[in-house]
Design a protein around this ligand. Structure first.
Ligand SMILES: [Zn+2]
Ligand SMILES: [Zn+2]
Length: 298
């Protein structure tokens, strides 16, 4: 938990985690203890096809969200669509089977009161045509720790997300670990959710997530919004670089602020023709923060 300079409380969590219940190497109890010891306040255990029950805060203070990962498609047939769907916060087991379609899974998650995330679209080689064929998911992973080296490839999905945003699709963006091996991917990418002075519980977390009151980050603690005709990113932690992303392909020097001295604020002028803006900010030690996508109206 982090208290910002306004006195608001932010809670740290990992939304995508595997245990020995599927293909992770640590038991659920060991994973919960590990994340709690790293300072996390909530976690979702999202074992493949094994629904994990949620529990309110345990004596250690860790809240467990109900969750599961439903993976569809063959890894050798990306062209037909590899869709890994994370289910969160359902009120019951949504009873999804491997014979269901990805869209049926999304519909069942919604019917069970949950929210869905499209996991690692870059790793899955999802094109915008493929992921825009699905409806009803709340968010997308912009960064997935275990998809990076030394385990895997394509951890960053920002480019493929921007291709969808060009077409008017603005999902919530999350970062998470997808922890399996616990050899360095754990604790790398997470979200921080603002609950202000409200207690940490499932319903407050759900409300804050759905209202976009969170950031995705590996370290930077920042805010992002529109002020007048500028997009403004402010950080409580020092940054070495801030980059703004829109539907436009940029000329040099117009979208990136990089300095040798620490940056705490960066501004970007919104020009006519921009339909959305988002930002990424990097700490001096290389951790990245990922803003939400803000649609722009002119
Ligand atoms: Zn997956
Ligand atoms: Zn996974």
């Amino acid at each position: 938990m982090y208290i910002d300079k306004n006195g608001d409380r932010w809670y740290r969590g990992n939304l995508h985690t595997h245990t020995t219940v599927s293909d992770g190497v640590l038991s659920p109890e060991a994973v919960k203890k590990l994340y709690r010891n790293m300072g996390y306040d909530f976690i979702a255990l999202t074992d493949h096809w094994k629904y994990g029950e949620g529990t309110e805060c345990d004596p250690s203070g860790l809240l467990v969200l109900s969750g599961c990962e439903y993976n569809f498609g063959s890894i050798f047939d990306a062209e037909s669509g590899i869709f890994h769907i994370i289910s969160l916060l359902t009120e019951r087991n949504p009873e999804i089977y491997e014979s269901d379609s990805p869209q049926a899974a999304l519909d069942k998650i919604a019917a069970a009161g949950g929210i869905s995330i499209l996991a690692h679209p870059a790793w899955s080689l999802n094109t915008p045509d493929l992921y825009l064929s699905l409806r009803g998911y709340w968010g997308t992973e912009i960064y997935n720790s275990v998809s990076g080296t030394p385990f895997n490839c394509r951890p960053y999905s920002g480019n493929v997300i921007d291709q969808g945003a060009v077409r008017g699709f603005y999902p919530a963006l999350v970062a998470d670990d997808d922890a399996h091996f616990y050899r360095g991917e754990e604790g790398m990418s997470y979200i921080m959710v603002r609950l202000g002075d409200k207690p940490l519980c499932t319903e407050n977390l759900r409300t804050a997530l759905l209202s976009g009151d969170f950031i995705a980050t590996q370290g930077p603690f920042f805010s992002f919004g529109i002020e007048g005709d500028e997009a403004v990113l402010r950080s409580e932690t020092p940054l070495s670089c801030v980059t703004f992303f829109t539907n436009a392909a940029f000329a040099w020097d117009t979208c990136t602020v990089a300095k040798s001295e620490p940056i705490f604020e960066a501004r970007f002028k919104i020009e006519k023709g921009y339909t959305f803006v988002r930002a990424e900010c990097t700490s001096p030690s290389g951790e990245v923060g990922y803003s939400r996508i803000i649609p722009l109206k002119h």
